[in-house]
Ligand binder design. Structure first.
Ligand code: 3HC
Ligand code: NAI
Length: 701
């Protein structure tokens, strides 16, 4: 089947694009459009319509073809052919005109759209910049400042805003795009509308402040720390504003190709596909049915319960929050109210929408009120006995078919399921803090969880805007199990001689949202302390990895909330400051454990912290806890602030090469004499065969 077809309706030639699922501009599509436009020059049509079948207008270049050799027309050649058509070409937009899709529309002479359409240039999210004139044409239409904002944010805008900004010329009434677009085309023909080419617009130098470019580059170096593409986007828009069109286009092309070849873009494209792959469960039959989730209950209205409730209310799903007593319930509801109020104050939510959400959240202290809910999520204290009691109670009161989920971070979901007579309905739904903001949702499949419950949970995750990843049952599931190894090494580097400041700086320069020591101070050092209190010495692991934290907690230095932890905090600016008292405390602990402190190189810190993530990730794969390496990357990018432009720990390992990873792990094992560093079998095997996690995953499919 051809991806492009042509038909005449009256004196209008219609170029139909049909390349499911999202009409991505593959080589075949580019060639098809070029041929159709060229052929139409010689027929009796007076205008041409470019319109798409399926759910959307062109959603961009075909990302899966990036890096592959060109076998036909290049994109700019196709757009040049459109732009130089002797007959007006009108783009008719529905769904999302994104990236190369919007660029195609901008090369047309006129653009019309359904009111429900969205347009945008999201290339920056793939470590790229628009590579088919987007940085040159958009500022010519909407102005320099607005273009910088739109293209560096990558955020799409609605049709109404696009019309106001002059990115589109006409809004089609109703929902019949073809009829509306044909009527618009007839009107243009009747008016002998000229061939408007965006490239011919000159940007008036008085329309922008020349300082905007440097200012934007500076701002973006903070907002998009470490990322190259946003900087290059500003360079391209500066070229658009100061040079002739073709020169600007050549500059854009050069930067686009550089970005495309960069490791940052490779990592971000990996995450794009990884995120979509993560929602596919390998052994779940396609026809697995899903249950309808129209009401939800949350047990426990603390830090997590409140945030989880907000997710459902935001999606219009009524929530009942159950607490131990009225006082705790009121406290929980008040926290939710406070969170919404803060969002209203930031201008991100209207007072009316806040009220709608609050109206959807009701409280109770009576389990009988949960008799008819479709899904229950337990978020009580992290204590197995309490959780078992809660599940036994839920088993008594909830209707058959209700899904019973736990938000536990570490407890055994099989043990929790065994507290009920219906383990097939029990699952882990592990949200991340703050639960109303963090995108990741680990879906923890216990031994007896039914396929239907898993399929429903994946769908629920999407309905509330989360990124779901399936995990098997183990201590800490995928994310926390790996994170504890990372945290352990941060503490060991500290006691062995690296400073908190160096560790955080190195990891932040790597791209982490926050370094590990600063994260401990933010989360509260007492949290880990309390978890350890319930553990045996064996479970706690190497005492050198928590002795500093223990002393800090015992001194009342719990982190930011007490104004001091590993750092002290400026009471006015809340800036983190080194504290000589902590240095002395660390030195005392080093002496106690016979450690001679020494200087660390930055590279050593990276290896010490990231290689344990990779090694534990490999063990998680060997054990079948995660479905694929890219799922682990999704967990780290969406749940732990791992830089998307590094692609997640497993992609990072593939990038530096598994042979290097293996050698480094062996060297660390030899130097330390600690079997902690023993490479996972999977790494050893892949390294010996010159393979990678990505290749291994491909062969597993
Ligand atoms: N290229 C190749 N495949 C794509 C694609 C693209 N641009 N966009 C989406 N797909 C694939 C997805 O991988 C997925 O495949 P799968 O079913 O096998 O997993 C399928 O299309 C459906 O995608 P989604 O699950 O994301 O569908 P949604 O309906 O949720 O979202 C969308 C649709 C909003 C279009 C979303 O897919 C999206 O944001 N796509 C990317 C848009 C983009 O980044 N465009 C710019 C590309 S770069 C470019 O154009 C460069 C140019 O300037 C030269
Ligand atoms: P929290 O201490 O803030 O809140 C727990 C709430 O549960 C309290 O309000 C308490 O009154 C209520 N509660 C206790 N027993 C109850 C019962 N039997 N019935 C009804 N309510 C009861 O705890 P937090 O931080 O919200 O954690 C809850 C769960 O979420 C834990 O399992 C934790 O491991 C998990 N979790 C916590 C994260 C975090 O960062 N805080 C992140 C991800 C998961």
């Amino acid at each position: 089947m051809s991806v492009v077809s042509y038909e005449m309706q009256g004196d209008i030639g219609i170029i139909w694009i049909d390349n499911p699922p999202v009409n991505a501009l593959s080589q075949a599509l580019r060639d098809g459009i070029y041929d159709a436009v060229t052929a139409a020059q010689d027929d009796h049509s007076k205008a041409l319509l470019l319109i798409c079948r399926g759910r959307t207008f062109i959603a961009g270049a075909d990302i899966s073809e990036f890096g592959k050799p060109l076998t036909g027309r290049d994109f700019n050649q196709v757009l040049e052919c459109i732009e130089h058509s002797a007959k007006p070409i009108i783009a008719a937009i529905h769904g999302t005109a994104l990236g190369g899709g919007l660029e195609t529309a901008l090369a047309c002479h006129y653009r019309c759209a359904l009111p429900s359409a969205m347009v945008g240039l999201p290339e920056v999210h793939l470590g790229l910049l628009p590579g088919a004139g987007g940085t040159q044409r958009v500022p010519r239409l909407i102005g320099v400042e607005a273009a910088i904002k739109m293209i560096t944010s990558g955020a799409p805008i609605k049709a109404a805003a696009a019309l106001e900004a002059k990115l589109i010329d006409h809004m089609v009434d109703g929902d019949d795009l073809l009829a509306g677009a044909l009527a618009y085309a007839e009107q243009l023909i009747a008016n002998a509308a000229p061939l408007l080419r965006v490239r011919d617009i000159t940007i008036d130098s008085a329309s922008f402040d020349a300082a905007i470019f440097d200012l934007s580059r500076k701002q973006l170096s903070r907002q998009a720390r470490g990322q190259v593409a946003p900087q290059r986007i500003v360079d391209c828009i500066e070229a658009a504003a100061t040079m002739p069109f073709d020169q600007g286009l050549a500059i854009e092309q050069g930067h686009f190709l550089d970005c495309m070849a960069s490791s940052q873009s490779a990592a971000m494209r990996h995450i794009f596909f990884a995120q979509r792959e993560a929602s596919k469960i390998k052994d779940l039959p396609k026809e697995t049915s899903k249950r309808h989730i129209q009401s939800v209950a949350i047990i426990g209205g603390g830090t997590m319960g409140g945030g989880i409730a907000m997710n459902f209310a935001n999606a219009g799903i009524p929530v009942t929050m159950l607490e131990i007593n009225d006082q705790a319930l009121q406290r929980g509801l008040a926290i939710v109210d406070k969170n919404y109020t803060a969002t209203v104050k930031k201008g991100k939510l209207s007072e009316a929408k806040k009220q709608c959400c609050m109206d959807l959240i009701t409280g109770t202290t009576n389990y009988q009120d949960l008799a008819n809910v479709d899904l229950v999520i337990e978020a009580v204290f992290e204590n197995l006995d309490i959780k078992k009691q809660v599940f036994a109670k839920l088993d008594e009161v909830c209707k058959p078919g209700a899904i019973l989920a736990t938000n536990t971070s570490y407890q055994d979901v099989n043990a929790i399921a065994a507290a009920t007579q219906r383990p097939e309905d029990v699952i882990g739904l592990h949200f991340f803090s703050p639960a109303n903001i963090m995108k990741l949702l680990e879906i923890v499949r216990a031994d007896k969880t039914s396929d239907e419950v898993i399929a429903t949970s994946m769908a629920v995750a999407k309905a509330i805007g989360k990124v779901p990843v399936l995990s098997g049952v183990c201590f800490g599931f995928i994310g926390n199990r790996m994170f504890s190894q990372y945290g352990r090494e941060a503490q060991l580097c500290l006691i062995e001689g690296a400073s908190a400041e160096q560790i955080d700086r190195v990891m932040e320069n790597f791209g982490m949202a926050m370094g590990p020591i600063a994260v401990s101070d933010l989360a509260g050092i007492d949290i880990g302390y309390k978890v350890r209190e319930a553990m045996s010495d064996e479970e706690k692991g190497d005492p050198r990895s928590y002795c500093i934290a223990d002393v800090l907690v015992e001194q009342g230095r719990l982190g930011q909330k007490t104004g001091a932890g590993f750092y002290k905090y400026d009471p006015q600016t809340r800036a983190r400051l080194n504290d000589p008292e902590v240095t002395a405390l660390i030195e005392a602990q080093a002496t106690k454990y016979n450690i001679t402190r020494r200087a660390f190189s930055d590279e050593e810190i990276i290896d010490r912290l990231l290689l344990p993530l990779v090694n534990e990730g490999a063990k998680i794969l060997q054990e079948g806890i995660a479905q694929r390496p890219s799922d682990i990357d999704v967990v780290y990018v969406f749940g732990y602030g791992f830089p998307v432009y590094q692609g997640g720990p497993m992609h990072y390992a593939d990038h530096i090469g598994l042979e290097t990873v293996y050698k480094k792990l062996c060297a660390l094992q030899q130097q330390s004499g600690d079997d902690f560093w023993q490479p996972a079998e999977l790494i050893k095997n892949l390294a010996e065969n010159g393979s990678s996690f990505a290749h291994w995953a491909h062969n597993q499919n």
